[in-house]
Design a protein around this ligand. Structure first.
Ligand code: BV8
Ligand code: ZN
Length: 248
């Protein structure tokens, strides 16, 4: 694929690259996205499943949904898009990954500098005593398990709608986006806030913002470049160009 010279120039001089990712980057690993074709929200309402009230209304249904998603993630692997992002670390001083995803696939692909804005489904915690757990202890629990320490309800360590993001993580994410020389926005419909503010904050601060998405989004027109296609195909192409530029 022929990359525009402006992008090649930016990648030549850049020190800090930031990847802001959403569910689309994991689609080629077989992990359902939320919106768009085949998205989860086409079949069920986010408020019912990814919200505290939804959980309290029907804890076992929500727990079962997360157990299903954990099984999908356990039985898949990072795809070439995740791996290309991890490999960028060889060519630049700083690579930041800011993800809305909870599937842990960036870490499994080898990325080091990751901010998980919406938590991680491979962690649980007790709603009473706050004790953190992994997923192993409850692998076969079909119902919401009780905390072995205090008997409280266990929930996935993710950020539901109406819940705050983990303390300070959004502010740190914005700061890193503002310091980036190039910001890739990958596989997100950019409709969930405050995360969806990040590409705009990067652009306002002078970062060169490049979208990689299967389809156009509400922010496509406001960015510097927008590639339509699969991240698992486009990111390796950009990495190949980077190798060319940075090795010569
Ligand atoms: C909060 C849980 C403070 C974990 C999720 C303004 C400011 C602040 C808040 C709000 C605001 N406006 C509205 C709100 C409230 C709400 C919100 O944003 N609502 C939206 C829907 C209007 N935000 C919140 O509640 C947040 N909390 O702000 O706290 C507060 C407190 C109280 C009251 C008010 C404020 C919390 C938001 C987090 C919610 N939790 N998930 C889980 O179970 O996963 S959100 C969920 O959506 C996921 O985390 C997901 O990451 C996220 C975003 O979705 P995307 O990642 O973009 O995925 P999507 O499917 O939408 O798009 C995928 C894209 O990829 C598509 O475009 C597709 O075309 C593309 N694609 C597909 N395949 C490929 C591809 N691209 C490339 N290659 C491919 N192969
Ligand atoms: Zn407990």
């Amino acid at each position: 694929m022929n990359l525009p010279n402006i992008l090649l120039d930016k990648l030549k001089s850049a020190n800090r690259i930031l990847f802001f990712t959403g569910a689309g980057i994991s689609a080629e690993s077989g992990v359902d996205t939320f919106r768009g074709k085949g998205g989860l929200w086409n079949k069920m309402k986010p408020e019912e499943l990814a919200s505290f009230d939804g959980f309290m209304r029907n804890p076992n249904l929500v727990w079962e949904w997360y157990q299903y998603r954990r099984k999908v993630v356990r039985n898949t692997t990072p795809n070439p898009g995740h791996r290309a992002i991890a490999e960028f670390e060889k060519y630049f001083d700083t690579i930041d990954v800011i993800t809305q995803n909870v599937d842990n696939l960036h870490r499994r692909a080898g990325s080091k500098n990751i901010l998980e804005l919406h938590g991680n489904i491979e962690r649980n915690y007790c709603m009473e005593c706050g004790k953190y757990y992994g997923v192993e202890e409850f692998l076969n629990s079909e119902e919401v398990p009780k905390c072995p320490e205090c008997g409280g309800m266990i929930r996935p360590d993710v950020v539901w709608f109406g819940e705050n993001l983990p303390d300070g993580i959004y502010e740190t994410a914005v700061q890193r986006a503002q310091f980036s020389d190039v910001c890739f926005v990958v596989g997100t419909s950019a409709v969930v806030y405050p995360a969806a503010y990040i590409p705009t904050r990067a652009k306002e601060a002078g970062s060169f913002v490049v979208e990689i998405n299967l389809e156009g989004t509400d922010i496509s027109g406001s960015l510097d470049l927008s590639f339509q296609g699969k991240s698992g195909e486009i990111l390796p192409e950009i990495l190949a160009a980077v190798k060319e530029i940075r090795e010569n």
